[in-house]
Design a binder for this molecule. Structure first.
Ligand SMILES: NC(=O)C1=CN([C@@H]2O[C@H](COP(=O)(O)OP(=O)(O)OC[C@H]3O[C@@H](n4cnc5c(N)ncnc54)[C@H](OP(=O)(O)O)[C@@H]3O)[C@@H](O)[C@H]2O)C=CC1
Ligand SMILES: O=C(O)C1=N[C@H](C(=O)O)C[C@H](O)C1
Length: 273
């Protein structure tokens, strides 16, 4: 693997013509210690055959291709923001070729997460539903807040995203719920309430509620509400650009340069553990 100090880190990007794929290409091209080694999309994508920088009006010399194996063979790290089925197929190749992987995709089932952990025994992986420094700090704040507000406060998580998002609640909202549930000694699987309708009865204080908003071009807003009697506390994060996710992904890629195997989260990358 290339040493980040001596040679640039060779980064492949799958889902390269997607919203995050494009932001990642731009971010890698602007990072002096990184090199775009492959821009990959699936068969049928109209972007195949184009220069990876065409959408920026830049010539990079990297052509968009669907040959994932060849792209990974010339790369140190893959950054994957696609869909669960795509990520798992890419990860199987990474494990075979010894290519480290940063996974930003959300919407995995528990069984799929177990498979990812298996692949990480063969080539190191960072996986996080949100790569931004801010959200990962918020997760830490939520742990403290949940413990301090364990009695007498109802907990509701509200998230808003753009109209194209396909999974709900967001991976970040679910992670927030998991962190809070763990801090309170609850199991999110049994205490989560996903939306309400009709005659619901009074709120059960042991539940954690989720509400999802979808519309326009909202990049990603998350608010956790601790609602008590006479006051409420709101902890919010609002992303104003996908650049924050891309910068976090590059930090994860650099972190992976120092690890051969293992499954890591952004706490490990950011030293927040
Ligand atoms: N962890 C984080 O910080 C963040 C995570 N995300 C997550 O990243 C993922 C992608 O988001 P976004 O960029 O907005 O999505 P887009 O739909 O804009 O892009 C997805 C890309 O992946 C490709 N793709 C879709 N399915 C497959 C597949 N089965 N195999 C290979 N490639 C595939 C798409 O190709 P095609 O166009 O042909 O369908 C497209 O190029 C989502 O799961 C989202 O929740 C997003 C932002 C931040
Ligand atoms: O799909 C998105 O756009 C985002 N998805 C992630 C999630 O599901 O939490 C993170 C971010 O909020 C943007």
């Amino acid at each position: 693997m290339s040493s980040a100090a001596a040679q640039p880190l060779r980064i492949a990007i799958t889902g390269a013509s997607g919203r995050m794929g494009r932001m990642l290409i731009e971010t890698v091209l602007n990072a002096p210690d990184c090199q775009l080694s492959a821009a990959l999309d699936r068969d049928g994508s109209p972007s195949l055959g184009q220069d990876a920088g065409a959408f920026l009006g830049r010539q990079t010399g990297v052509t968009m291709t669907s040959d994932v194996r060849a792209g990974l063979a010339r790369s140190d790290v893959l950054i994957d923001f696609t869909r669960p089925e795509g990520t798992l197929a890419h990860l199987a190749l990474c494990a075979e070729l010894g290519v480290r992987t940063v996974i930003g995709t959300t919407g995995f089932t528990d069984e799929e997460k177990t498979r990812i952990a298996g692949f990480a025994e063969r080539a190191a992986v960072v996986m996080a539903p949100n790569m931004s420094v801010g959200v990962n700090l918020v997760l830490k704040l939520l742990e403290s807040a949940a413990k301090a507000l364990a009695e007498g406060y109802d907990i509701e998580i509200v998230e808003a995203h753009h109209r194209h998002k396909v999974d709900a609640p967001s991976g970040t909202a679910l992670k927030m719920g998991e962190v809070i549930a763990e801090a309170l000694g609850r199991d999110l699987k049994t205490c989560a309430v996903y939306g309400r309708e009709g005659v619901t009865g009074e709120r059960d204080p042991s539940t954690i509620g989720f509400a999802t908003v979808r519309g326009g071009d909202i990049i990603g807003d998350h608010t956790v509400l601790f609602a008590g009697i006479g006051e409420r506390i709101e902890i919010s994060h609002k992303a104003s650009s996908r650049a924050t996710f891309a910068q976090g992904s590059l930090r994860a890629a650099r972190f992976l340069a120092g690890h051969r195997t293992g499954l890591f989260d952004m706490n490990a990358v950011l030293g927040l553990a």
